[in-house]
Write a protein of this length. Structure first.
Length: 216
């Protein structure tokens, strides 16, 4: 019968942990970026006095958000991958992260503003039609329940099915920040699965499990 090994003896067999607080990361290959993305990253890093890595990572995430569900990467025969990215930028407080985040998301926010202006009249019309249909449904259900009218019941069922099948009108949304996981899920569904989620952590607080600094 083998004698059990004490935990202390097992601990002695482990090598000394390697410190990772001073790990040397490779230099970001900015030259691999196409123009004008490369020039924007270099100029933003210079203007904000921040590492070019931050502008480069955020720019890639924003581009991925713009291409989501529109572009796929063919990695091999029968092998397709989406361009979704999950990017984390870690820096100490007061290092101009907000300025770089704002600059990186500005193009998408401007496009979002224009899309909202273009879609607002149609969204208003669809929302009005949906409210009218919901009001008719309520009236038909009330008539069917009080009078037992078969026609009213059929009308109520038809309207209920139509409302269930119709998507709820929603204004275009490209960027979401400072939102709960539930709100992000709702927005993602309303936007057809295309969304850029931007989160900034402040200080040394432990982030919630669902929060990514920027993801698409």
């Amino acid at each position: 019968m083998r004698k059990a090994t004490k935990p202390e003896a097992l601990a002695d067999d482990w090598p000394k942990p390697v410190e990772i607080d001073r790990a040397m990361a490779p230099v970001f290959p900015v030259d691999a970026l196409p123009e004008p993305l490369r020039s924007w990253c270099v100029a933003t890093a210079e203007a904000t006095q921040t590492p070019v890595d931050m502008a480069a990572l955020l720019s890639l995430a924003i581009c991925a958000g713009a291409m989501a569900r529109r572009v796929e990467v063919i990695a091999g025969r029968g092998w397709r991958e989406p361009v979704n990215l999950y990017v984390a930028v870690l820096m100490e407080p007061a290092n101009r992260k907000s300025a770089v985040f704002a600059a990186a998301t500005k193009p998408l926010r401007e496009i979002e503003r224009r899309l909202i202006e273009q879609a607002a009249p149609e969204i208003a019309r669809l929302s009005s039609d949906r409210r009218v249909k919901a009001s008719s449904l309520k009236a038909a259900e009330k008539q069917a329940s009080t009078t037992g009218c078969p026609e009213a019941r059929e009308t109520a069922q038809r309207l209920a099915e139509e409302l269930a099948m119709e998507p709820v009108p929603a204004l275009p949304k490209l960027v979401v920040d400072d939102a709960t996981s539930e709100a992000i899920e709702i927005a993602l569904m309303a936007q057809g699965g295309r969304l850029v989620v931007v989160m900034q952590m402040i200080g040394n607080h432990q982030p919630e499990p669902w929060r990514d600094p920027i993801s698409v």
